[in-house]
Design a protein around this ligand. Structure first.
Ligand SMILES: Cc1ncc(COP(=O)(O)O)c(C=O)c1O
Length: 460
């Protein structure tokens, strides 16, 4: 009989101790952090599921490649290896390194957008929205209707609503739409994949209006694997071939290599347009660095060059997708409401359904994330009213799984903690916002528990 257990496809060479704290310590730490888990030192976290971004474990091949890093200011062979590795998968003519994804976004929007423009996306990630709005353009989310129903199972909930895209372009005029973006997988929409058919359909609409299509490619390998598993006609193709096909439909991309680049830092911006690339490189020099390093060390470029290929290995992707689903399936089985089906890099708990007695204006996602910390030292993140303000259609708590970091027993522990909090959910209170910054407020916001608030309505 064939062995069914799917194991971590690696063995551990170097270990990093994690520290237990008491419930009382965690209560105090949470209060001191203004109920914002971003403000708690990582040494006081037991299992850190805040993000899958830059938190992965590198392979022996990546560490070995880093030793080859050439730190020349200009023309480093590390850049050549990085560019060749990116081009072999992504296929774009110009590859511009940046220190992380948002730097690529800032440069892209500064070059392509101006005040009054409109940028459609399946769902803008927070930094994407912020960078788009910072140059005065309007960021419009056009997810398919299925995306707003957390419990609904659909293979490609990350898809863009193509009818709405066509209507939007018709309404505002193609001249005001400098680019269309597709985020694969759709992080803010539950880590859900975008199908190849949807990418093709979006491209067709863009092509009719001569609008370039850009892919926010952070989790391109996970998206490719979902296509292989779920889309007719792709089962026999490699994730690499699927990724190459995805990018053939696009005119450029932004990438945070902290996700499917398997690196701890880095990103890039790609385009096929010579004039746009020239303008982007001019801006790059201003804030990121010379175009052959773009704010990265030569060794970082080497780690990404190797990591992009490792992210496409089938054994790795199978383990990655199955182990994320393991967490989701185990808590869903006990009744915990999650975004279905489980995403690629994270499980998203539906905080509005978990805490129906806490209004969205009382930040159910922030309250739930705080309780998971108090119960078991787990750090997660709210994706909802705090992150998106009035644009929020859901209040989710994201449990993002760092790549190649935690074992199944860590995840079993996380399941136990969530189920303990689930048992006492009715006693959990909402929060009142006491401090917020003008941009990306979730990073620094502070709260106090609603019970201690004066008797007036909370504001988002
Ligand atoms: C979909 C998406 N786009 C863009 C970014 C921004 O990348 P970075 O954090 O490297 O700036 C992220 C990061 O989490 C993301 O998930």
């Amino acid at each position: 009989m064939a062995i069914k257990t799917i194991i971590e496809p690696f063995r551990i060479k170097s270990v990093e101790p994690i520290r237990q704290t008491t419930r009382e310590e965690r209560r105090r730490l949470l209060e001191a952090a203004g109920y914002n888990l971003f403000l708690i030192p990582s040494t006081d976290i037991l299992i850190d599921l805040l993000t899958d971004s830059g938190t992965g474990a590198m392979s022996t091949e990546q560490w070995a490649a880093m030793m080859r890093g050439d730190e020349s200011y200009a023309g480093s062979p590390s850049f050549t290896r990085f560019r060749d590795s990116v081009q072999a998968i992504f296929g774009f003519k110009h590859v511009i390194p940046t220190h992380q994804g948002r730097a690529a976004e800032r440069i892209l929007f500064s070059v392509m957008c101006k005040k009054g423009d409109v940028v459609p996306n399946n769902t803008h990630f927070d930094t994407t929205r912020a960078n788009c709005e910072f140059v005065g353009a309007e960021a419009v989310d056009l997810p398919v209707p299925e995306a707003s129903q957390p419990s609904l199972v659909h293979p490609f909930k990350g898809n863009m609503d193509t009818a709405k895209l066509a209507q939007l372009i018709e309404r505002v005029g193609a001249k005001r739409v400098p680019l269309v973006m597709l985020t694969v997988t759709n992080n803010s929409g539950g880590g859900q994949p975008v199908s190849m058919a949807n990418i093709r359909a979006v491209k067709e609409i863009c092509a009719r209006h001569a609008i370039p299509l850009y892919i926010d490619a952070c989790r391109f390998a996970e998206n490719s694997y979902f296509i292989k598993q779920r889309e007719p006609g792709y089962a026999g193709k490699t994730p690499r071939a699927i990724a190459q096909e995805m990018f053939r439909h696009a005119d450029g991309c932004t990438m945070s290599a902290k996700k499917d680049g398997m690196a701890n830092i880095g990103g890039f911006l790609c385009t096929n347009d010579d004039a746009v690339a020239q303008h982007e490189r001019d801006l790059l020099i201003l804030t990121e660095g010379f175009p052959t390093y773009g704010g990265l060390a030569g060794r970082d470029l080497e780690a990404i060059a190797v990591g992009l290929n490792e992210a496409l290995e089938e054994d790795y992707l199978n383990y990655r997708i199955v182990s994320t689903a393991y967490l989701g399936d185990h808590i869903a089985k006990e009744g915990v409401p999650i975004v279905q089906p489980p995403g690629g890099h994270a499980i998203y708990i539906d905080a509005r359904a978990f805490l129906p007695h806490v209004a969205p204006t009382e930040f159910p996602g922030v309250a739930l994330a705080g309780e998971l910390y108090v119960e078991g030292g787990i750090r997660s993140v709210e994706i909802g009213t705090l992150m998106f303000g009035e644009h929020a259609t859901m209040d989710l708590v994201r449990l993002a799984i760092p790549r190649r970091v935690y074992t199944q027993s860590h995840i079993d522990y996380v399941i136990e903690v969530i189920l303990e909090v689930w048992k006492r959910r009715e006693a959990i209170r909402g929060l009142v916002l006491t401090h917020q910054a003008p941009f990306l407020r979730h990073f620094t916001a502070r709260f106090r528990p609603l019970a201690m608030a004066p008797a007036r309505p909370a504001t988002p």
